[in-house]
Design a binder for this molecule. Structure first.
Ligand SMILES: [Fe+2]
Length: 445
């Protein structure tokens, strides 16, 4: 039996608006295929056949008008739930890792916890890297080695250390940001188990690369940026898409044509920032998108933070103590900190609210999380090895005594969406209307 829920009336209404058509028109066009009248009142109980006929008429995939299953407010997995996800991985002829999955909403890229099994006397075999950027944290109990290239040097063979000082061990270990396709592998550095949390997340350009651009466009993008800087390539195309030649624009900003031409042609040529701003203002484009950038990173593209440097960042934050972990402006969505909770007097605290979704991994003690949803408060005891996922823009807080690792990513809302929110005209009205908009595009009923 077909249970309906193949169409969401708000989404259907939006696609009627986008396609500048009406239900009356759809019913007329589809009367040979559907023997009843579709209305906004009955559309949510239609069978999958009818939903696909409607989607086909609107020239969209049925998923575009399908009812959402919304992400939860929060998810919880106990230590034993996480242990049950364990899968051993063989590599280089040995038991190399155990992988465990941390709780995440359906369809999300999930962070993983790994046991490092490769013994210290064996050079660990490299992987091929992956598309997803990540922050990786050494979780102990023992130090491990991290390797990032065939050739070993100070950037590519690192003792990935654990803080063993009982006074500050809530700042658990060293961490690093890993860009897409950075090769990596790990082995034990002592005679004992080492663990890492590999906080892999979705790349914001995955869909661009894998779905949106056809092969011809994709190959042309690669070719046009060969030996060039992508911000300059995109700026040149932006200038051209607004109907200006480089020759013309250099006259407009009063800079010799050769200089502007070379800036776009050679990576090493320069053009003063004030001229790039002037140029962007002239074509009415946002200069911050196109300026040259500098990133703090080493020869394999990672940025590493030794736990001793994390210790130097210990600070008070709201009712907690925190210390930074590695992060990079190459991928601003990924960030986090070690967190110490020492709130024994108050039974309820609700002082955290983030513009990102977050994972909390309990590294010690007895803590209680408090989450507020509308007028409802939920509290839950959490212990060492437990893990939580909390949605963005959710009031929550912790009481009790213990320590956690908090890491946030952009899968709920990413920095590109934040930029778009910032650019949106009358954003508060926009937000009020956008989610449940059932207004038609303005025709006589
Ligand atoms: Fe990885």
């Amino acid at each position: 039996m077909d249970s309906g829920q193949h169409i969401d009336k708000i989404k259907l209404n939006r696609w009627l608006n986008i396609r500048k058509t009406t239900l009356k028109e759809i019913n007329k066009r589809l009367k040979n295929k559907i023997n009843f009248e579709i209305t906004l009142d009955n559309c949510e109980s239609l069978d999958s056949y009818t939903a696909s006929v409607v989607a086909n008429y609107l020239e969209i995939e049925p998923i575009k008008i399908k009812k959402n299953t919304f992400n939860p407010i929060f998810l919880y997995s106990s230590k034993s739930d996480i242990e049950r996800t364990r899968r051993p991985i063989k590599k280089d002829g040995i038991h190399f890792y155990n992988y465990y999955t941390l709780p995440t909403p359906k369809g999300y890229v999930s962070p993983v916890l790994l046991d490092i099994m490769c013994p210290k006397n064996k050079l660990p075999k490299l992987n091929n890297g992956h598309l997803e950027p990540a922050i990786t944290i050494s979780m102990g109990p023992s130090d491990i080695h991290a390797r990032f290239s065939k050739k070993l040097n100070k950037d590519t063979w690192i003792k990935f250390k654990i803080n063993k000082d009982p006074k500050t061990k809530w700042v658990v270990g060293s961490s690093y940001f890993e860009p897409s396709f950075c090769k990596h592998t790990y082995s034990q550095a002592e005679n004992g188990l080492g663990r890492i949390i590999s906080y892999t997340t979705r790349s914001n350009i995955e869909t661009l690369c894998m779905e949106k651009l056809n092969n011809n466009s994709y190959n042309n993008l690669i070719n046009i940026n060969k030996n060039k800087k992508i911000n300059r390539t995109l700026l040149k195309l932006e200038i051209e898409s607004k109907g200006y030649s480089i020759e013309e624009i250099s006259k407009k900003i009063n800079v010799p044509y050769e200089k502007v031409k070379n800036f776009f042609k050679n990576r090493t040529s320069t053009l003063e920032k004030k001229y790039i701003i002037k140029l962007c203002k002239f074509i009415n484009s946002d200069p911050t998108l196109f300026l040259d950038r500098n990133f703090k990173e080493d020869t394999v593209g990672k940025s590493y933070l030794d736990y001793k440097d994390s210790l130097k960042t210990i600070r008070k934050y709201k009712s907690y103590k925190v210390a930074s972990i590695a992060n990079s402006i190459r991928f601003p969505d990924l960030s986090g900190f070690f967190m110490k909770v020492s709130n024994l007097k108050k039974p309820y605290i609700n002082d955290l609210f983030d513009s990102k979704c977050s994972h909390y991994f309990v590294t010690g003690g007895d803590i209680k999380i408090h989450i507020r949803e509308n007028d409802k408060n939920t509290s839950k005891k959490i212990r060492e090895g437990d893990c939580l996922w909390v949605s963005a823009f959710t009031h929550h807080g912790f009481t009790g005594s213990g320590s956690m690792l908090k890491i946030s990513d952009g899968q709920n809302i990413n920095y590109l969406e934040k930029e778009d929110l910032i650019n949106t005209y009358n954003v508060n009205n926009f937000l009020k209307r956008a989610k449940n908009d059932i207004k038609n595009w303005g025709y006589d009923e």
